[in-house]
Design a protein around this ligand. Structure first.
Ligand SMILES: [Zn+2]
Length: 155
């Protein structure tokens, strides 16, 4: 049986909770939005698409923390209501098999490879990137919007 060589890392529950608190407090960069389409509002905590009508929080997330050339902060959604952090971390979430780009980063948090996941899907690209010894971790993003979806680490 083939087992994956990676672990999916959704955003930490602490970050989702902090975003909910900030939005409740009226922070200008944390806004409530209501999902109005089935594939427009991915939650980075439970790694599911919001159903139409679900309330989400849109806020900036630093996928690569400040202080590096590749530092990057960008908009992500989480459910406004508490949701369960994605737990089947040995499986790539089915909801995000399409329209993703995979980026490999080295230990200096610099991008060393990037590829749109077509054909065999994101797992094949992730596995190939993680086989490179210089890859420290991998990010999966929306190929169209560029938004951060999840981190993937080597097992
Ligand atoms: Zn969620």
């Amino acid at each position: 049986m083939k087992t994956s060589s990676f672990r999916i890392v959704p955003i930490r529950t602490k970050i989702a909770q902090a975003a909910r608190r900030e939005a409740e407090a009226g922070a200008p960069d944390h806004v409530f939005v209501t999902a109005d389409s089935p594939n427009g509002y991915p939650c980075r905590h439970c790694l599911r698409w919001a159903q139409s009508g679900e309330r989400m929080i849109l806020f900036p997330f630093a996928a690569i923390a400040l202080g590096r050339p590749y530092s990057e902060s960008g908009p992500i959604f989480v459910h406004a209501e508490p949701c369960e952090r994605y737990a089947t971390t040995h499986e790539f979430p089915q909801a995000f098999r399409k329209g993703r780009v995979v980026r490999a980063y080295n230990s200096q948090h610099a991008i060393i490879a990037a590829e749109v996941a077509n054909g065999d899907g994101p797992e094949a690209v992730i596995e190939r990137f993680l086989q490179q010894p210089e890859t420290a971790f991998v990010h999966v993003r929306s190929a169209s919007h560029g938004c951060y979806t999840m981190e993937v680490e080597r097992l």
